[in-house]
Structure formats: C-alpha cells, structure tokens
Design a protein around this ligand. Structure first.
Ligand code: JET
Length: 258
C-alpha cells in the first residue's frame, strides 16, 4: 500500500517513522510519503489560507495549493502502482486512489472502515486546518479520487494530522506482515462487533486481587465461554449501541449459551 499525507505541519506526522508503522515502512510493507502543502504555493509568503466568503471568524484554506498538491500525489501513486511488482496492473491502473479528509463533518471511522481502507492500493490524506478547506476542492477532487470525509469522533481538533496518525495506525496494522502474530487481530475489540474480554498475566494474585480461576483451569472450552460472556457483559455495560448493531445471526450455538 502507498499512503500520501498532505499537511502544513509535516513534522506532525513524524511518529509514523516509529514502532510498528515505521518498521513496516522499512520492511517495504507500506510506502508512506508526507508532503508540505506550502511546497505547492507560488507566492512569496507561501500563503495557504484566506478570509471566508460570507464573513465569520477564522480563515479558510485556499483551493489552488490543494489542487496542485493532490494532482501531484495522485500521479505519483499511479506511477508507483504501475511499477509495483504485485497485483494485476490493469486493476491497479483503473482504481482511483481514495482521498480521506479528516473532518468533524465526516462519516464515522471504525474498525470496519479500517479493514475496508486496508484493501486499497493508495490512500491520500488531506489535513485541513483553520476553518477547513475550500469546499470546491472536495468537489473537484472527485475527478481524481474517491473522496471520503472521515470523522474520528464528535469533537473538533485544530487540524487533521492527529486524526491521520490514528487512522494510519489502525489501517497499517491490518496490512499483511505488519503485526507479528496475525491471530492477535482476530480477538481484539470490534473485530467481531463486540468489545474485547479482560486480560490478565502473572502474578495470579496481586494486591489481594486474583485472576479469575477459570483462566487457570486449563479448560479451553470453559475459558472460551467465559471470555465470550465477558465480551457480551462489557459491551452491554459500556457500548449498548454496539449490541444493537450486533448481528445476532452471527451467534454460534456456543454463544447462545453464554
Ligand atoms: C472538508 O473538510 C475540511 O475542510 C476539514 O477541515 C478541518 C478543519 C479543522 C480541523 C479538522 C480536523 O478534523 C477534526 O477536527 C476531526 C476529525 N474527526 N473528528 C474531528 C479538519
């Protein structure tokens, strides 16, 4: 996968050189490039914003630098895609890259969307700042991209960079070979529509608190049953909205008895 990020604060994305994502980049599992939006300005002051039509507080990001930046990275992704060894070049050439715009006015990011986006050949992230990007950029971008405004949650950040860090980590860890043991992706929160069960490690007794005896029993059936029950209990307690969405049809016979 190829990821491009466009921002006026490229240094904000430095954490993507660390840890799991950093190693995936070094191992060639993920190509990630960060671009400074000001590179695509033409005036002496490298201006990226201006006052809003219609008045109001704050500034709006000018359209032209964004169009120049997005045209540049869309081409780069296609070029890389054409030279990529893997996959069918015909399908790679035909798929438009996905442009993700972190925004409080976007569709909600969740694990299902992370899995969906992990299947793409190229993701481009546009980090808005100030009051946002001129809306005409979003409309224009539809020519070159599949455009998806995406929200991390119902709150407002000062810019898209923090949201990009979270989404790139959530998506990147799903790519083949990135996490050491792929099995660890199976039983984590939201992978099956429920919250994950509680976990414990040594010592078995700690400050007068004992690990649930079933986990020390060696009875794998009972352990699986206890864990599943804990998933339902926790989800009902903390995220009843998820239970409402949970596809009861996916319940196995064992689930029905928890
Ligand atoms: C067309 O879209 C835009 O112009 C986006 O512009 C902005 C402006 C300010 C801040 C942000 C960052 O996103 C969030 O605040 C956000 C994302 N998730 N939850 C909150 C983005």
């Amino acid at each position: 996968m190829r990821i491009d990020v466009v921002s006026i604060f490229p240094e904000y994305l430095a954490p993507l050189e660390l840890s799991l994502i950093g190693k995936a980049r070094q191992d060639g599992l993920l190509e990630l490039k960060v671009h400074d939006l000001r590179t695509f300005t033409t005036d002496k002051h490298r201006t990226v914003d201006d006052t809003p039509y219609g008045g109001g507080a704050g500034m709006v990001m000018k359209p032209e630098p964004w169009a120049q930046a997005l045209e540049s990275v869309a081409g780069a992704g296609a070029a890389e895609g054409a030279s990529a060894a893997s996959g069918d070049s015909a399908s790679e050439g035909s798929r438009k890259p996905v442009l993700i715009v972190p925004s409080p006015a976007g569709e909600r990011f969740n694990q299902a969307l992370a899995y969906e986006l992990a299947e793409e050949e190229q993701l481009v992230f546009a980090c808005g700042r100030y009051e946002g990007i001129d809306e005409r950029v979003i409309e224009w971008a539809e020519e070159h991209f599949t455009v998806r405004p995406v929200s991390l949650g119902d709150y407002v950040l000062n810019g898209g960079e923090v949201a990009v860090l979270a989404m790139v980590e959530a998506i990147g860890r799903l790519l083949p070979g990135v996490v050491g043991n792929p099995e660890s992706l199976i039983e984590e929160s939201h992978s099956d529509g429920l919250l994950e069960y509680p976990v414990f490690t040594k010592p078995s007794s700690w400050r007068e608190r004992d690990v649930p005896a079933v986990l020390l029993s060696g009875n794998h059936g009972k352990i699986a049953q206890w864990r599943r029950h804990e998933q339902f209990r926790r989800t009902a307690d903390r995220r009843p909205d998820l239970l409402a969405e949970f596809d009861a049809g996916s319940l196995s016979r064992a689930d029905r008895n928890v």
